[in-house]
Write a protein that binds this ligand. Structure first.
Ligand code: NAP
Length: 294
């Protein structure tokens, strides 16, 4: 019987996951389909139940359902529970378990693709939403000297900094010799933050600013040193942030590798098979090109 997988969210037409996972199934000659399902928050409970009853084996979960789905699952992996967001659901014997593969996705994209080692480094994350949480928690495990969070709503940045402090103090999340808990802080939002950027080794954009062609950079880059690395989670195009960072001489990466590695980890969890990374990467690159021409 054809195995069923998919992605739920709303809107969902923009998702590149169907292209990536369909290519992986084809490459491994698996009889499986991966479909996008437009699920508004009000329909999440009945739609999840319907998908499970119809035999779905795995789901990706995207905006705006990543937090709302937690209480509807039978079990949640500790890392996803700690950050309060699920982007992957595994279904076995009609039992649902939630995971957050954005954490490992960002970790692998940063360390393997850019070669950046966060140990002892100073990091600024712009944004304090779901993706920022996964990014900051991935970084916390890699023993940076400090993580600053800045968000238009300072209370959200403070909340995320508090979560990082809690995880750092709990001891189970990051190595005991890791960053001093005092190294997590909310940085008041300003469009121009040159005094902060002067001391930053890694700048991460975890806001949607840059998704539209006319978008500016989320913050001005004045002060950023050429040795700094910039990671923009946006994967739809080469954003102004990437362009301007490269003009300053910085190494800068878009979010496609993170999307790839989070998808690869979801694939591994669902199928217990080694994901065909090269095939998935090519499918994503093709899908981005196709969507940008539309
Ligand atoms: P989210 O939970 O809605 O959070 C969005 C964050 O961006 C919030 O902190 C929000 O700030 C901030 N923001 C929104 N509009 C802004 C603006 N005009 N100026 C400044 N800040 C703004 O979304 P998310 O799930 O974290 O996703 C954020 C981005 O990451 C999206 O573009 C998404 O596509 C991308 N993403 C990429 C990957 C990948 O694999 N590459 C994975 C996950 C997400 P407020 O609190 O002030 O509203």
């Amino acid at each position: 019987m054809t195995r069923l997988f998919g992605v739920i969210g709303s809107p969902i037409g923009h998702s590149l996951s169907p292209a990536m996972h369909s290519a992986a199934f084809k490459a491994l000659k698996m009889d499986a389909v991966y479909s996008p399902f437009d699920v508004p928050p009000a329909h999440l409970r009945p739609m999840l139940r319907a998908l499970v009853l119809s035999g779905v084996e795995g789901l990706n979960v995207t905006v705006p359902l990543k937090e709302a789905i937690l209480p509807l699952l039978d079990a949640v992996d500790p890392a996803a529970k700690a950050i309060g967001a699920v982007n992957t659901v595994v279904v076995r014997n009609h039992r649902t378990t939630g995971y957050n593969t954005d954490i490992i996705g960002f970790h692998r994209a940063l360390v393997e693709d850019t070669g950046f080692d966060p140990r002892g480094k100073r990091i600024l994350v712009v944004g304090a939403g779901g993706a920022a949480k996964a990014v900051a928690c991935a970084l916390l495990r890699l023993e940076p000297a400090g993580i600053g969070i800045t968000d238009r709503i300072n209370a959200k940045a403070r909340q995320l900094a508090k979560l990082l402090l809690r995880l750092a103090r709990a001891g189970s999340w990051c190595p005991p010799r890791g960053m001093a808990a005092s190294g997590c802080a909310a940085i008041p939002w300003r469009p121009r933050m040159s005094n902060v950027l002067e001391g930053v080794d890694l700048l991460v954009n975890a806001t949607p600013v840059g998704m539209k062609p006319a978008d500016p950079t989320p913050i001005e880059l004045a002060g950023l040193r050429r040795e700094a690395v910039v990671y923009d989670l946006i994967y739809h195009r080469k954003t102004k942030l990437i362009q301007q960072a490269r003009l300053r001489g910085c190494v800068a990466s878009g979010g496609l590798p993170m999307l790839l590695y989070q998808g690869a980890e979801s694939f591994r969890l669902w199928t217990r098979r080694r994901p065909p990374i090269a095939v998935m990467r090519r499918a994503l690159e093709r899908a981005v090109k196709f969507k940008s021409q539309k």
